[in-house]
Design a protein around this ligand. Sequence first.
Ligand code: SF4
Length: 350
Amino acid sequence: MFDLPAQRAHLAEKFDLTPSPELAASMSDIYARMSRVVSPADWAIYAPYVKAINDLKAERNAVILGHNYMTPEIYHGISDFVGDSLQLAIKATEVEADVIVQCGVHFMAETSKILSPEKTVLMPDMEAGCSLAESITAEGIAEMRRRYPGAPVVSYVNTTAEVKAASDICCTSSNAAQIVAAMDSNTVIMTPDQYLAQNVARDVPQKNVVWWEGSCIVHEQYTAQDLRDFREWNPGTRLIAHPECPPDVVAEADFSGSTSGIIKYVTDEQPEKAMLITECSMASNIADALPQVDFVGPCNMCPYMKKITLEKVLYALDTMTGQVEVDPDVAEKARLSVQRMIDLSRKLGI
Ligand code: SF4
């Protein structure tokens, strides 16, 4: 359990974390990347944490991998690499650092550890889970194999190491359709996201895609009627949905793609108004780079991703607590599933 008062007391003893407009002004190059969405007053609060974390990173030979759903002060302030799950998984294999701090959720840190067992992988809050990862166990995979004998199991990276170990190959939302299409079987089992699987089934009609009934608590909340209403009230807005949304939501959208696919689409298209039907921080993180795009509409926040804060990152890096460990036998099997995905993605040029 995260003991916030004790950790705050520890940080207050070791670091000067007093809000500082002067320090904030001296770090204006970093602030320029988030000035549209973070107020100067908030930046004065964040700046001492950002400086302390960046200094400690150098001391520890650490890198921070930041998911696209991190808040802007984490995404722009302290992350060395940002991206979607696939990009971060690949980056974990490439970085030379001794320590990886995973600013994302637990399964991402496990994936980094699986791929880089020699590195220390830190999770700033062990309770940053994921509704998808929690929806299935290795026994669930065994049950699907019993139901569909001989069919390969493609599991989303949003799964525990045990589930990855029990699967044949992993996928992310950016490569799921291509991975399923490349399977040497007519029937393909997809776990644990039923909506990603249904969206893939539409895009890969030559396969009989069957799925586990998990879902993401952020994306399942959107409805097709929400999108129709929003389009009526805000004509001209480009609606852009993540494929973890239900298929009728994706069908109502102008574009659907992974978080990196969404960034590329908005960057290439530069629509006047855009509504990102995904986690809230996505729009915030790209707002400054795209000043001519007006990001509008409601969004849903991931309570797991939002457990990661500057304070917790600083504490983890200072005390080297929150080290992620994976049983070596499980890790070996899970690594095969993730590595098969990375190799196939490279081969397919994704
Ligand atoms: S946004 Fe959804 S899939 Fe991503 S971590 Fe949160 S609950 Fe899991």
